[in-house]
Design a protein around this ligand. Structure first.
Ligand SMILES: [Cu+2]
Length: 146
């Protein structure tokens, strides 16, 4: 297959994923990012995914123009200690709501644009296994506001 055809297929997949009728069924609310601490380039983001559709939606990736790498993390107890661990995806069952919040699932942001400050907003693109893509803005909040 030529590169042009591949690009076209990728593009059409993208457009199919952001059709309004589909996007309305999955709503992201309460998106926020913990402001960077001085000299740090890593932080976490939190949000709530409401799945109003009739099928499971699985979050498989998150991207931002201002962050190099974003991982989906969960927590597990290892020898009585809470440890973060990366998960490959996060499923939200039909009709369910999944919160990503401190102490639970969260997005881990690595190599964050150092100019990101409190009061700023960070654009995030959430990618679901179904091809659905949601663009949202997460508010940057100081740890003191938590
Ligand atoms: Cu983490």
């Amino acid at each position: 297959m030529t590169r042009t055809v591949i690009s076209f297929l990728l593009l059409s997949g993208l457009f199919a994923g952001v059709m309004p009728v589909q996007a309305e069924n999955v709503v992201v609310t309460q998106a926020w990012v913990r402001a960077l601490l001085p000299t740090r380039t890593m932080t976490a983001a939190f949000l709530t995914i409401e799945n109003h559709s009739e099928r499971e939606e699985k979050l498989v990736g998150v991207a931002s123009g201002r962050v190099k790498t974003i991982e989906i993390h969960g927590h597990s107890h290892v020898d009585g200690m809470m440890r973060m661990r990366q998960v490959q995806s996060l499923a939200v069952a039909a009709g369910e709501t999944q919160a990503l919040e401190p102490g639970g699932f969260h997005l881990m942001l690595f190599d964050v644009d150092a100019s990101l400050v409190e009061g700023d907003s960070l654009p995030l693109i959430l990618e679901f296994e179904s091809g659905l893509q949601l663009s949202i803005d997460a508010n940057v909040k100081s740890v003191l506001q938590e």
